[in-house]
Ligand binder design. Structure first.
Ligand SMILES: Cc1cc2nc3c(=O)[nH]c(=O)nc-3n(C[C@H](O)[C@H](O)[C@H](O)COP(=O)(O)OP(=O)(O)OC[C@H]3O[C@@H](n4cnc5c(N)ncnc54)[C@H](O)[C@@H]3O)c2cc1C
Length: 428
């Protein structure tokens, strides 16, 4: 066993939440370590859409330009695909970005290869979200953290956290090798979909209503590059979006009981794999998906994760801070998890920078961070829970389709309620 020198903070997990807090603290002079169990680049179950409201924060983290250079086309329309229904409406413009004045020419103007309107002037910048594969995005963030001086332990799994006087010890494992790290500030940024031995990890769940997440990339899709449709399916929901390098990112959540039924569909002799069952379900139950994938090719296998754990949890417990999904998670139906991860990391780092060191200072930071977290995210967590509850209830797809056919503006309003235009405090 190796014992290493102390850090000011140890961050467990290098998703957007972990790297956001690590980068911010490191740039403020803290000695920071990140522990990440997976080797990067790695693909991840995620729709990969990032709202434009994050751009100022990405600039602050010094990866804004790299994100702009790599991400897919601007998403200017939100859609609803269910059964035979297809409805589209404008995506709201991020209120913290400069307004895009779009004349009649701009409205129907030609699209560049990447889907961005060729009529966009400089003022159009950053008004709309875009999607970037997590295999690229998470690497950009981690690379920036490394450049800011963060010490990275990867691939290494954190397996225990124990108090040690004024500080805490984190035991990390790489194969058979165990190392002990020590720091006063411990941040759990390990997500919420995997149970594990850490006090901040969630226990197992096994309910018929549990939702499993699935995702795949395709190339050659015919989905309009500026459109992100919500998919409402029997027993689940999902989304599609054009991401970087011509890739389509399609992702969905399916109830445990529906998944079991799909896997032993009477038309198929033996049990299907979960991925195969989900892919068939998407294509058979939704015309919009069928059309979009008609001449598309899979780019890699389907990935699965979960069950997912939407809800609001504690932000600071047993002297461990939590960011991203570990602190709380909205149903992916609103595609805001990356925003909440990045922004919660930033919020925590801001609070930690303003309090004295020591346990009392950490408790103050914990209280202030939790209050800020709830102010910023509670509404979207509740709004997403209502929308997801409706989307997965039997028979709801038909009346949802009737509503959005008659009031397509409901889609624009829904995108607004989900936080897509809500500025990050400190960047208004
Ligand atoms: C189907 C689906 C679609 C989605 N679509 C979108 C979308 O379009 N837009 C959006 O904004 N959000 C979306 N989300 C949500 C988004 O993926 C998550 O909210 C986001 O990834 C959370 O980020 P995080 O940093 O908290 O955790 P994660 O991204 O899960 O990162 C956690 C990291 O911690 C590491 N880790 C875990 N345990 C340990 C350990 N013990 N030791 C060391 N490392 C560890 C993991 O390997 C991982 O890299 C979607 C989710 C699902 C299920």
């Amino acid at each position: 066993m190796t014992r290493l020198s102390a850090h000011d903070a140890i961050i467990i997990g290098a998703g957007p939440a972990g790297t956001s807090v690590a980068l911010t603290l490191a740039r403020r002079g803290w000695a920071v370590a990140i522990v990440e169990k997976s080797a990067f680049p790695r693909r991840k179950v995620c729709g990969e859409y990032i709202s434009a409201s994050n751009l100022a924060l990405l600039d602050q983290l010094e990866i804004g330009e790299a994100w702009r250079a790599n991400a897919g086309p601007e998403i200017r329309r939100v859609g609803f695909f269910s059964g035979e229904t297809r409805v589209e409406a404008p995506m709201p413009h991020a209120i913290d970005g400069p307004r895009v004045e779009r004349g009649p020419l701009a409205k129907d103007g030609p699209l560049a290869n990447d889907g961005r309107s060729t009529n966009d002037g400089p003022g159009a910048k950053d008004g709309f979200g875009r999607a970037l594969g997590r295999d690229i995005f998470d690497c950009l963030l981690l690379q920036a953290a490394r450049s800011a001086g963060v010490e990275i332990f990867q691939p290494c799994r954190a397996v225990a956290i124990d108090p040690d006087g004024e500080a805490q010890l984190v035991r990390i494992q790489a194969g058979n090798e165990t190392t002990i790290l020590r720091a006063p500030v411990i941040v759990a940024a390990h997500g919420s979909w995997e149970p594990g031995p850490l006090p901040s990890q969630l226990g197992k769940t096994n309910r018929p209503s549990d939702l499993f997440g699935f995702k795949a990339h395709f190339t050659g899709s015919s989905l309009a590059p500026d459109l992100m449709p919500l998919l409402v399916l029997p027993g689940g929901y999902g989304g599609m979006v054009s991401a970087d390098h011509g890739r389509l990112s399609i992702s969905c959540c399916i109830r445990r009981d529906m998944l079991a039924r799909l896997r032993k569909h009477p038309r198929h002799q033996s049990h299907l794999s979960a991925a195969e069952a989900v892919s068939r379900h998407l294509i058979e139950s939704c015309r919009g998906v069928r059309d979009a994938l008609e001449s598309a090719d899979a780019d890699g296998p389907w990935l699965a994760a979960g069950p997912i754990r939407p809800g609001i949890r504690s932000c600071y417990e047993r002297d461990i801070f939590r960011v991203g999904n570990a602190a709380g998670e909205s149903h992916p139906v609103i595609a805001e998890g990356i925003s909440m991860a990045l922004q919660s990391g930033w919020l925590l780092a801001s609070e930690l920078s303003h309090v004295p060191s020591g346990r009392a200072g950490r408790e103050t930071a914990g209280r202030r961070y939790e209050a800020a977290w709830k102010r910023l995210f509670s509404t979207r967590v509740y709004a997403a829970a209502v929308l997801a509850g409706i989307a997965v209830s039997p028979g709801s797809a038909a009346w949802m389709a009737t509503i959005v056919r008659n009031f397509p503006q409901a889609l624009t309003l829904g995108a607004q309620l989900s936080g897509k235009t809500k500025p990050v405090p400190g960047f208004v």
